[in-house]
Design a protein around this ligand. Structure first.
Ligand code: IVH
Length: 719
């Protein structure tokens, strides 16, 4: 009998069985990815999927030799690239010349009928089989598969050469990295990358709440994302892919596009649908109508259909011009527009404090839904379109989710320019706090930390995982707290009592739902712990514009306490320097080895915040609560740049007395070698550089045992 393992060392699994399991898991995950991303018919729950995924990740960590380059766990994005290489398409990527744009008055299908009649004339037959499918409003892409494996992905570019975007496309789940079954030797798949409407809306909300700029529409978001050099950024954006054709191909022959599309589907490629076959003009028109009706349920932006001849022999016969094939045409839908009266413009304060003008309309019916409001975006848009109260306006419900005003059709009799600022009298309509318009931004924003319209966002952010991580306090609870007037701003959380929190009703009056004693005690315990959370978390939790997680970490590396940040000479310097050129900025940042996360924009936002009444209130409230956030010394130091020539990193100096040159000169010398200069002597001071005189600081240094040096002593340290 074998000896029992006394120390219970985990036995390494025989690599053979691990290899088998890795293969099994990979196959299962790919199968479920295909069902989820390409067929919208998942068979397992998210939790079950996560379990498989984690098991695979775990096995790959323990057996790195089993990690396949195309493993489903490798979709998170690799290293950033330096720039885009150029790729010459195996076959040129043509576009469609015959895009039939429509005006309100035109007979919608006229040009489409003309296109079909041209086909009849060229081919000399009455009935020509074509396919009709939605035109996806995305970014064209060409995927090249060699022996079933994705070799590269490229943008259309000028049609002959495009950008190599393989690093980014590999993160898109609906793009298979390996084809299923019997793959052809060579296959160039043509299709569109796009962002599904719902995912786009969710992403924009999230960005808005994080204070990031939002994208105008899904197409812009897609194009902007694909231009990223860092695939990790792309991996976090909800992009999707649909195939609608092919370029170069070496494999079993086929005679028509319909058969080919079915075989692409078998290879695991997601196909643009519905793909309707039409055998004559009547059927073409019916198919267009069908897609027009369905288009709002497709989940992505579409503004028309593409009609293509099915038979490949007929396509060859028709040929193409230098730009576009003669066998394809695009037909745009009539935009859904209606005229109505603009009754009023109201201002909504968003959850992040942005003041958004909303058009209040005389209700009209547009493609089945009553529209009574439309967004006006901002003052620029109002001015550009000369929108004013009382005007007749054209309202459009295009592919977008929110109706928009296209233009003014008839001005009001005594039309007056509408000004957001004037209409709210310079005050936030929700809290009467001051509104500001940041340089470079068109939006007006309420800058009051206490603004009730923003309370839920502020509290939720304050309690979020990366901020102060208050266990059990999410958006629902924040909403209930604000609704029941138990808490109006984040710092008021610290006044909450457990007995108050327990009975909190998260539901409605009709169907109440108690928060409960156990949850209440979790929140209170977490809040207690939050008091001593490090400075970087506190800084981030304040929700100051531009002050993200990395900037907060950087600031807490360079400062010890919140008061130090508020009075920071470094931030003051950056602020002075907002207009300095890049070179000067670098000189300024170098001594601090700053990562670049803290720049003039952050400095400005911080100083504005703490100088404002709201900021002063926060500092006062923190003092009353006896909360004094301190830097966490375990934070990683900035990149170990050229520390060889930075002997003073981590050393804090105070300068006093009369020296041979101005103090600023010595300050610069110290900072150039990585040191820090502060204003007053404390136990954190390493050296007091003392000239003639300098009484009280010298006394304090002596009392605290801080080393006192003269100019010569400094020279030695600098050497
Ligand atoms: S077929 C030879 N089908 O629209 C060109 N194109 O100008 C055949 N597009 O850049 C293209 N949805 O990327 C085709 N279902 C669809 C499409 C589609 C969008 C894009 C395509 C091209 C542009 C046409």
């Amino acid at each position: 009998m074998s000896q029992p393992d006394l120390f219970e060392n985990p036995q390494p699994e025989p690599s053979g069985s691990a290899a088998k399991r890795v293969k099994e898991l990979t196959e299962q995950i790919l199968h479920h990815d295909d069902l989820y991303y390409n067929r919208a018919s998942p068979e397992i729950s998210d939790a079950q999927y996560d379990k498989l995924y984690r098991e695979l990740e775990d096995l790959e960590t323990r057996h790195p030799e089993l990690l396949e380059p195309n493993s489903p766990t490798k979709r998170v994005g690799g290293e950033p690239i330096e720039g885009f290489k150029q790729i010459t398409h195996a076959l040129p990527m043509l576009s469609i010349d015959d895009v039939f744009e429509l005006k309100d008055s035109e007979e919608p299908a006229g040009e489409l009928i003309a296109f079909y009649q041209r086909l009849i004339k060229h081919l000399g037959r009455e009935e020509i089989a074509v396919t009709v499918e939605p035109k996806i409003d995305g970014v064209a892409v060409s995927l090249l598969y060699r022996e079933g494996r994705l070799a590269y992905a490229a943008t259309r570019g000028d049609g002959t050469t495009g950008d190599d975007i393989t690093h980014n496309v590999r993160t898109i789940r609906s793009v298979p990295l390996d084809l299923q079954g019997h793959a052809p030797d060579l296959l160039e798949v043509r299709g569109e990358i796009f962002m599904p409407n719902e995912a786009f809306a969710a992403m924009n909300t999230e960005r808005d709440e994080a204070g990031l700029p939002t994208f105008a529409n899904p197409r812009n978001a897609t194009a902007g994302t694909l231009k990223q050099l860092d695939p990790k950024v792309v991996a976090k954006r909800p992009l999707a892919f649909l195939a609608h054709g092919h370029g170069a191909y070496e494999g079993p022959e086929f005679s028509d596009a319909m058969t080919f599309s079915k075989s692409l589907e078998k290879l695991g490629l997601p196909i643009n649908q519905p793909l309707i076959e039409a055998g004559n003009l009547e059927e073409v028109l019916a198919a267009v109508k069908r897609i027009d009706k369905q288009r709002h349920d497709l989940g992505y932006g579409t503004d028309g259909v593409v009609i293509k001849v099915t038979s490949l022999a007929e396509r060859a016969q028709l040929g193409h011009t230098s730009r576009a094939p003669r066998w394809a045409a695009a037909y745009k839908f009539l935009p859904e527009q209606q005229e109505t009266k603009l009754l009023d413009i109201t201002i909504q304060v968003g959850r992040t404090g942005v003041l958004t003008p909303v058009a209040e309309l005389e209700p009209v019916l547009i493609s089945g839904t009553t529209v009574s409001r439309a967004t006006l975006h901002n003052q620029d848009e109002i001015d550009r379109k000369e929108v004013h109260i009382g005007a007749m306006v054209l309202v459009e419900k295009a592919g977008e989710i929110i109706p928009a005003i296209v233009k003014v059709t008839h001005a009001a009799k005594n039309a007056k320019r509408y000004s957001i600022f004037q209409s709210v009298d310079g005050k936030c309509p929700s809290c009467e706090g001051p509104i500001t318009q940041e340089e470079g931004f068109v939006a007006w924003r309420c800058s009051n930390f206490q603004c009730p319209a923003q309370a839920v966002t502020r509290i939720t952010h304050f309690a979020s995982r990366k901020a102060l991580d208050i266990d059990g306090l999410g958006e629902t609870v924040a909403e209930a707290l604000v609704r029941h007037k138990m808490c109006h701003n984040p710092l008021e959380l610290f006044h909450l009592e457990e007995d108050q929190l327990g009975p909190l009703n998260l539901g409605s009056e009709e169907s109440p739902r108690r928060f409960g004693q156990k949850n209440a005690s979790r929140v209170i315990k977490s809040l207690k712990e939050a008091r001593n959370k490090p400075l970087n978390r506190w800084l981030y939790a304040m929700g100051i514009r531009h002050l993200g997680e990395s900037a907060a970490k950087e600031l807490s590396r360079l400062h010890q306490t919140l008061s130090e940040v508020v009075e920071s000479p470094l931030l003051a310097e950056l602020l002075k320097d907002t207009r300095a050129d890049a070179k000067k900025k670098n000189e300024l940042l170098l001594p601090y080895q700053m990562s670049g996360d803290v720049g003039p924009a952050v400095a400005l936002a911080i100083s504005e915040f703490f100088e404002s009444e709201a900021g002063q209130h926060v500092m006062q409230a923190l003092a009353n609560l006896d909360i004094n956030p301190k830097s966490d010394n375990h934070l990683p130091k900035a990149a170990e740049a050229d520390t060889s020539n930075m002997p003073l990193i981590g050393k804090t100096f105070v300068i006093t007395g009369t020296l041979s040159e101005e103090r600023g000169v010595f300050k610069e010398r110290i900072e150039a070698k990585g040191g820090k200069v502060t204003g007053s002597v404390s136990k954190n001071t390493d050296y007091l550089l003392a000239g003639e005189g300098g009484g009280s600081k010298r006394d304090k240094a002596e009392k605290l045992g801080v080393k006192i040096i003269d100019e010569e002593g400094l020279l030695t340290l600098l050497a």
